[in-house]
Design a protein around this ligand. Structure first.
Ligand SMILES: [Zn+2]
Ligand SMILES: [Zn+2]
Length: 312
């Protein structure tokens, strides 16, 4: 069941409702659909404002932008950057930036160049644990070899019947301390923020409930992120429980962060939550899309979306 409500604002006599999804993936990284298909699917599901946020690549953005124009859906550029903070891998979303910015493109190219090497080492680690052929198997699932990720390994392990589903592969094989996990040097927080802000974008911590931080470390991370100019956190996420959304809603207010909402959709069958099929942002938060260069806070009737998002 798709939830259409995400953001409400009084606009004259009517209430303006916009379904926002600022986190999803295409096969430009580890999603299953093409960038254009993701946009069309989101439009069909009632999303009014979308960002495609592939891992460490902007390759899907031109096709996504074209599909957004075709379908009339609101759209901003996006990316999910893998960084490392105190030896924990964290994902930072960049939103509404200039996707031709040279420094951002060069930075992402550098992150990508390390992925194949990491995948090779993961394949070796899994072979030592008795799973043969994982590197080749993961590469078969990766549309773009330089973006091979743990999700591609997960697909291989599920296909081989080693685990029932993705989540189990991650929990049992792919996280620190498990046999398929290998260390990798990602970008630093400061670098990623420089790239995003240098391209006039907005930086958001993706799915903060998914990291292996103690609560004190997470708060310290938020303080660092804030000090370095980070604007928002994903409060409502496909990777969060309702309790977590409430918790991060409180933290967003406490730290003065804007709030984002994103499904982290990777494809039908792989994600439990489709584009835009999320709870609304809790009351009293500043939506991160109020920081975007184009205003998405007024009724779209005279803008780009159909009357579907305006109700009396
Ligand atoms: Zn992520
Ligand atoms: Zn993601």
């Amino acid at each position: 069941m798709v939830r259409r409500e995400c953001f409400k604002a009084a606009a004259g006599d009517s209430i303006f409702v916009l379904n926002v999804d600022l986190h999803c993936h295409s096969n430009a990284s580890d999603g299953m659909l093409s960038a254009a298909e993701v946009v069309r699917r989101a439009a069909a599901d009632g999303v009014g404002l979308l960002a495609l946020t592939d891992h460490d690549t902007l390759a899907g953005l031109p096709a996504a932008a074209a599909a957004a124009r075709e379908t009339g859906i609101g759209w901003v550029s996006g990316v999910e950057i893998s960084i490392e903070w105190r030896s924990v891998q964290v994902h930072i979303l960049g939103l509404d930036f200039d996707y031709e910015n040279p420094a951002l493109n060069a930075g992402l190219a550098r992150i990508r160049s390390g992925r194949i090497e990491r995948a090779r080492r993961m394949g070796e680690a899994l072979a030592e644990a008795g799973i043969e052929g994982a590197f080749e198997g993961a590469m078969r699932h990766a549309e773009h070899p330089e973006l091979v990720s743990r999700s591609h390994f997960a697909r291989y392990l599920v296909e081989k019947g080693i685990c029932r589903d993705h989540r189990r592969v991650f929990d049992e094989w792919m996280v620190p301390g498990k046999p398929g996990y290998v260390d990798h040097r990602w970008a630093g927080l400061e670098e990623a923020l420089e790239w995003i802000h240098g391209a006039s974008g907005v930086a958001v911590v993706a799915h903060p409930g998914r990291y292996l931080f103690s609560s004190a470390a997470l708060k310290q991370f938020f303080r660092d992120f804030k000090t370095q100019g980070g604007e928002g956190i994903e409060v409502v996420s496909g990777g969060h429980t309702r309790e977590q959304s409430k918790y991060f809603s409180r933290l967003a207010k406490h730290f003065g962060f804007s709030a984002s909402r994103g499904s982290d959709f990777h494809g039908p069958g792989e994600s439990c939550i489709g584009p835009g099929a999320l709870d609304p942002l809790p009351e009293g938060l500043t939506p991160v899309w109020s920081l975007f260069r184009e205003s998405f806070l007024e009724p779209p009737a005279c803008r780009r979306n159909g009357p579907d998002t305006t109700t009396s």
